[in-house]
Ligand binder design. Structure first.
Ligand code: SAT
Ligand code: MN
Length: 598
């Protein structure tokens, strides 16, 4: 009788299994805790994906979209309470609270594990547990790193297959290397009161419960490639950053690469896929996409920083994506795309606010669309799609050595004060410019939208350790033998008195990027101010741009009084980190404050 009960309880196993003892033991221990009905080792094959998709279509997790207009594409409607990252439920569990810093929610590792393991206990009963080996970065790249995510969500498996190099090749690398980041995920009951995203950087471990949303559930993305990787990067001398990477090819055929940090839902995907304005296109300018969200950079033998995109796909914001804002994205998502929380047209095409054509008849919750009840698509509705489908995807995106970075750009969403662009005087000043970043909050995280907050280097939600140590790590790159790129700050979001954006943005941003690259080459002019070097109107190529003189004036003005107040508030922010804040950064702050005068 007993033997029979044990037989029934033992989960059926499908897929390869592993020869790596530490991985096999971990999977076994997770199964003992979560008690799934079955275990499947994912190989990433087309057949496996087709079977998962069929299962999800049958149970309503995925809804087939119009096969003619959107072949191979699906709609997923998440639970209405599970539509964004949950920063208030995201923890970094380090032995010492100070190692996580005031920028993170902290719990002791023992308490974190106890709390999570209580949630995971028996949570996969009746479900299949999927084991997903994945690689962040080109599979042959030394800069790439591997992880294994265990999840009970087939939606997560399908998304991880697009967003990472997932399956057999990753498993072979893991078995060869022996080490990997451990991620355990369950959608649980999708109850916001039983939802936590916990990181244990010292153990290279992630535990996530109660959400199926991208940033909370696709553990290769923010949890691994930023929070855990930032910790690894600090130990090993590299940088894991919330940055897009793009290549700009000039008419001479030379391509220079820029890494740019912006907070979530501030246009990283649009900038990474930029289409040059007509005048530039005619002359032969081209823009190449390497990545739209995450950048891993490390010094090469020549002292330059080399970057890879650890991801293999885009998890982009759908609303606002249009033929004007991002035609490359529209072309990318025409097939084989998973849409989450968009609306539907009468003929089953995906629809979101800002799309130029079509009419919604069903909203993201699955109700008849009624504009008085809010938008058709959730403001944080997303598409998941392979980067390979992007018309501007760079052939160098798969280079194992990465691409050399010629300029680093920081940018926030700032309605006032912050000019269109300025250049930091040197690396230390540039680190201060990154630390000073502020931005208005967006729908990518739950909570109020449009509130200004400090978001250093766009890493506030993603740095897996104390920001004071993070700034010190950035400063440490300025050493003999390094050929560091210049650092810039941009603001596409400045508004006039009438509340309208002053800068046209989108493709026209190339004008600013051209100035940035010319500065990097020592070719473009600027005026020096206490906050850095600003272009004069003559220093920018504004040919063919219809921009009113007063708007341009505002965009390029340095407002001394406004910056004094900004630097007072920045000083108070840096002080929150106490003695751990590097003196060099405080000194740099002091230098700018005295240059601003009283
Ligand atoms: O939700 S994600 O974290 O994956 C995207 C984002 O907010 O940047
Ligand atoms: Mn992001």
């Amino acid at each position: 009788m007993n033997a029979q009960v044990q037989d029934v309880a033992k989960p059926a196993v499908t897929g390869s299994g592993t020869s790596l003892r530490s991985l096999a033991d971990w999977v076994e221990s997770v199964a003992a805790l979560t008690r799934p009905a079955a275990i499947h080792w994912c190989d990433g094959s087309d057949a496996e994906n087709a079977a998962l998709i069929a299962k999800m279509e049958a149970d309503g997790t995925l809804i087939r979209l119009n096969e003619e207009t959107n072949p191979g594409s699906w709609l997923h409607r998440s639970h209405p309470d599970d539509v964004a990252r949950v920063e208030h439920l995201t923890f970094v569990c380090t032995s010492e609270q100070d190692d996580a810093g005031p920028n993170n929610h902290w719990m002791s590792p023992a308490d974190g594990h106890a709390q999570m393991d209580a949630l995971f206990e028996g949570c996969m009963e009746g479900r299949t547990m999927y084991v997903i080996p994945y690689c962040m970065g080109p599979i042959e790249s030394k800069i790439a790193r591997c992880g294994v995510e265990i999840t009970d969500s087939p939606y997560v498996v399908a998304n991880m297959r697009i967003m990472t190099r997932m399956g057999a090749a990753a498993l072979s690398r893991i078995e060869r290397e022996g080490g990997f980041v451990r991620g355990l995920h369950s959608t649980g009951e999708l109850d916001p009161n039983r939802r936590f995203i916990m990181h244990f950087p010292e153990e290279l471990t992630i535990k996530s419960y109660g959400s199926g949303y991208g940033g909370n559930a696709l553990l290769g993305k923010k949890c691994h490639a930023l929070r855990i990787a930032s910790h690894q990067a600090r130990q090993e001398g590299w940088l894991a950053e919330h940055m897009l990477i793009l290549g700009i090819e000039n008419p001479q055929g030379e391509t220079h690469y820029i890494a740019a940090a912006f907070p979530s839902a501030c246009g990283k995907t649009n900038l990474a896929m930029l289409i040059p304005p007509e005048g530039y296109r005619e002359k032969g300018w081209k823009v190449w996409t390497i990545g739209d969200d995450i950048c891993w950079m490390r010094p090469g033998p020549d002292g330059r920083l080399y970057a890879i995109n650890p991801e293999a796909g885009f998890f982009g914001v759908a609303p606002g994506t249009s033929a004007k804002s991002n035609p490359n994205a529209l072309a990318t998502i025409r097939k084989n795309t998973i849409f989450t929380n968009v609306g539907l047209t009468a003929d089953n095409q995906p629809w979101w606010e800002g799309l130029d054509e079509g009419q919604p008849v069903i909203d993201w919750r699955g109700n008849d669309y009624d504009c008085s009840r809010g938008p058709a698509a959730h403001p944080n509705a997303r598409f998941t799609v392979s980067a390979k489908q992007c018309p501007s995807y760079s052939e160098h995106a798969e280079d194992p050595t990465g691409v050399p970075i010629s300029a680093i750009v920081f940018g926030g969403r700032r309605a006032s004060l912050v000019p269109l662009v300025f250049e930091a005087r040197d690396w230390t000043h540039g680190v201060l410019v990154g630390a000073a970043m502020g931005s208005e909050t967006t729908a990518a995280a739950t909570g109020q939208v449009g509130v200004m907050r400090r978001d250093p280097m766009a890493m506030k939600p993603f740095c897996g350790y104390n920001f004071a140590d993070y700034f010190a790590h950035w400063l440490s790159f300025d050493r003999p033998g390094m050929k560091l790129p210049p650092i810039f700050h941009v603001n596409w979001f400045r508004k006039g008195a009438d509340g309208r954006f002053l800068w046209p943005g989108f493709g026209e941003n190339l004008r600013v990027l051209e100035w940035i690259l010319d500065r990097a080459e020592g070719r473009a002019g600027a005026v020096e101010t206490p906050i850095g070097h600003l272009p004069r109107a003559d220093d920018l190529n504004l040919d063919g741009l219809d921009l009113d003189g007063a708007a341009l004036q505002t965009l390029l003005t340095f407002d001394r009084d406004g910056w004094r107040a900004e630097f007072d508030s920045l000083g108070a922010y840096l002080d929150e980190f106490g003695a751990r804040m590097p003196q060099a950064l405080k000194d740099e702050h002091g230098r700018v404050v005295s240059a601003l005068g009283r």
